[in-house]
Design a protein around this ligand. Sequence first.
Ligand code: C5P
Length: 407
Amino acid sequence: MSRNILVGVGGGIAAYKTCEIVRGLTRSGARVRVAPTPAALRFVGAPTWEALSHAPVETDVFARVDEVLHVELGQWADLILIAPATADLLSRSAAGRADDLLTASLLASRAPVLAAPAMHTAMWENPATAANIQTLRDRGWEFLGPVSGALTGADSGMGRMFDPESIVERALATGRPQDLRGRRIVVTAGGTHEDIDPVRFIGNRSSGRQGIAVAEAARDRGAEVTLIAAHVDAPLPAGVHLVQALSAERLQRSVHEACVGADALVMVAAVCDYRPTRPGAHKLKKHDLGETTSLELTVTPDILAGLTASAERPPVVVGFAAETASGAALERLGTGKRRAKGCDLLVANDVTDGVFGTDENHALLLAADAPPLELHGHKREVADGLLDAVTALLERQSTSTQKEPLS
Ligand code: C5P
């Protein structure tokens, strides 16, 4: 479920932080369009917003009049996020003015509005601003911050914009069904590294992006999420419990600990199947090894299979499988793996065309009692498709006492 988010930018110095907000939203799969006020463009120019949102940017109600842009934008948006919400922008919004593209789009929209005020303490505390905030709150606007801290000048106090990472998190959650509220979900992500010596390791190409997308999607649907991260090359999310587990051995321990009392485990991590049997305590030297050498490897425990056979098995367990196969062959391999590992669901990925390190994925969701479901698109959309199935299984299990895998 991809979202259309209109980011309205007011003319305050905090506009530079909104660049990070736009990046965070697009990275999470949201479609973003930016409507800066004319004053906002004095802080950050239109090309920056266009590059970050991958969409054209206008600020004037008289731009592209033939497209009736304010109505188009207002109706396109599922959510309007205003950051920074300056005193002037709040005042014009409270008065119902429509003197630039942003305020006109706000009037033409029925989407929920989330606003992050930023201004000097004196402006924030002014009764005029307080009255405007109250008016907008009464109309359903939701406010994040401001918070107290250093201001643009020499002084400090209430008026700093809410932390950009948390604004992204709240924007992604606003208006989402909270169908995982009260659930505890454990997600693993990234690839393990198995030490050869203190300098070298065996690893794999996993970037961790799909696992992070599952953790973010579960968080946004109200779950309490534990993200167990091996090596990842993507930003880790806010608003989840983070556990670092860089090797198969550490990951196994962390998964068993985190699964006690959990409702679901989504095992996205790419666990190395082998580890060096005797990792060197010191850096191995080429002159000691000669022209050719070999490395003895020992199989790592199958964490997923071990977990599903253990007392810590959560009611719903999801496995992932990266395969270089497609169509019927992918389905056959995935179904075999789902049964062998004792999971309720398995996401089988065709990685032939290289999904590692990209934002897109295409996969087959395999369940015991449902036909295969194709999941494709941004990794966040794949995550939400998977969580729809997890939610349905959890609801079904709440009405029965069945705890065994549905194979
Ligand atoms: O057998 P394969 O590695 O394809 O299985 C992938 C699934 O099994 C993933 O969910 C992965 O996290 C899990 N796995 C595991 N322990 C291993 C290897 C894979 O839990 N040693």
